[in-house]
Design a protein around this ligand. Sequence first.
Ligand code: AMP
Length: 235
Amino acid sequence: MGLYIILMGVQGSGKGTQAGYITHNYGGIPQISTGDLFRAMKTRTDDLAKQIQELMAEGKLIDDDTTNKVVEDRLQQPDAANGAIFDGFPRTPYQAQWLQDYLEKKGEKIGAVILMKIDLYGGFRRAFGRLTSPSGESYNVYTDAEKIDVKWVEHPEKAFPPRLEATVKSTGEKLVRRPDDASADAIIKRIDTFVKTTQPLIDHFSAKGLVHTIDADQSIAAVSAAISKILDAAN
Ligand code: AMP
């Protein structure tokens, strides 16, 4: 029997980190992120790939059948022979039902749906305050205040309002912000969309007794321990 897990959580809830933990500790089962699979199609020039990029750019969902097909292809790769961790999939009850039916045909089933719950304002601050150094180190304006210097820099001709510049105190490295984290509106919209689209899925899987909610505001190790408890019971 394989191990098939669905990880759900708003951006910033630590899904990536915990998926890495699961892969490492549960037989190397891969993380399957439909967002990553669609982004990887950027270089393709066929009509379907182009249409997908357009929909993604507008923040719209890709249709269910296309999404299910992409997942089906991915599940047929040899590294997914013993299970998978789904991230960003399923996003609709139709996709959820398709996945259950697909696994059932293979004599498999979803082991657990793990909802990584964080305080939504905390989630907002994790995204809005996130800064990255050129060496790839992550900092947060709200929680790492003692490690970074923040100062106002005037525009040379004063044509624009002063902007904030952040540097790492110990190294002087300049910190940058991901463009999609810089807009408070866009972050709130992402959180709002997550809440709206997740509830029907939680209802769908709760009816089957599969949903486990974890407090993801704890330390990484505590969240990993909570996940292990669920997976060991499901295994
Ligand atoms: P993500 O990285 O999970 O936020 O996904 C980025 C984008 O890919 C989404 O805004 C959708 O356009 C598309 N996408 C990812 N997963 C799905 C899915 N399960 N169903 C439909 N569209 C998806």
